[in-house]
Design a protein around this ligand. Structure first.
Ligand SMILES: CC(C)(COP(=O)(O)OP(=O)(O)OC[C@H]1O[C@@H](n2cnc3c(N)ncnc32)[C@H](O)[C@@H]1OP(=O)(O)O)[C@@H](O)C(=O)NCCC(=O)NCCS
Length: 124
């Protein structure tokens, strides 16, 4: 069973850790981009440990981050992924993110160039 064991709040970010059977299995965070104080944007990063993926943990952590985003007064959330990461893109769409851009050939992995997708969700 998933339990959110800790969250850390600082001026510029919010971090969650989740555990299953007393093992930390996932981390999720947003950092607040402070370019424009009247339009704060949260940049998300998330990882679920191998062996614990496809169990709903990522979706649940993203939903918690969205709730916190409202609390923090954020206007928008962003998250980036490799375009080849179909599971991540599916999960981000499921919680309301839409594609807003592609950075072509942003990464090189095992000799292959990979595009990066930018996804965003309007909070308020
Ligand atoms: C991406 C990630 C955060 C998602 O978290 P998760 O806990 O595995 O996701 P969930 O279990 O909540 O949801 C998985 C969903 O993806 C779907 N899925 C699995 N493989 C898929 C694939 N190849 N293509 C499309 N959808 C896929 C599942 O069916 C499920 O959808 P559903 O809930 O609608 O049935 C996690 O898998 C992860 O950390 N992956 C490795 C690191 C990574 O990619 N980090 C993100 C970098 S941007």
């Amino acid at each position: 069973m998933l339990e959110v064991i800790a969250h850390l709040e600082r001026d510029e970010d919010f971090v969650l850790a989740a555990e299953v059977d007393k093992k930390v299995v996932a981390l999720a965070e947003f950092k607040i981009k402070k370019g424009d104080k009247e339009h704060p944007i949260g940049a998300i990063r998330i990882i679920v440990k191998k062996g614990y993926r496809n169990l709903g943990i990522g979706t649940e952590l993203l939903r918690i981050l969205m709730e916190q985003a409202v609390f923090f007064g954020l206007r928008k959330m962003t998250i980036n992924a490799f375009t080849t990461n179909k599971r991540a893109i599916h999960v981000y769409k499921k919680v309301g993110f839409i594609e807003t851009g592609i950075i072509p050939e942003r990464h090189l992995r095992q000799g292959k160039l990979i595009d990066e997708i930018i996804m965003e969700k309007q909070i308020c």
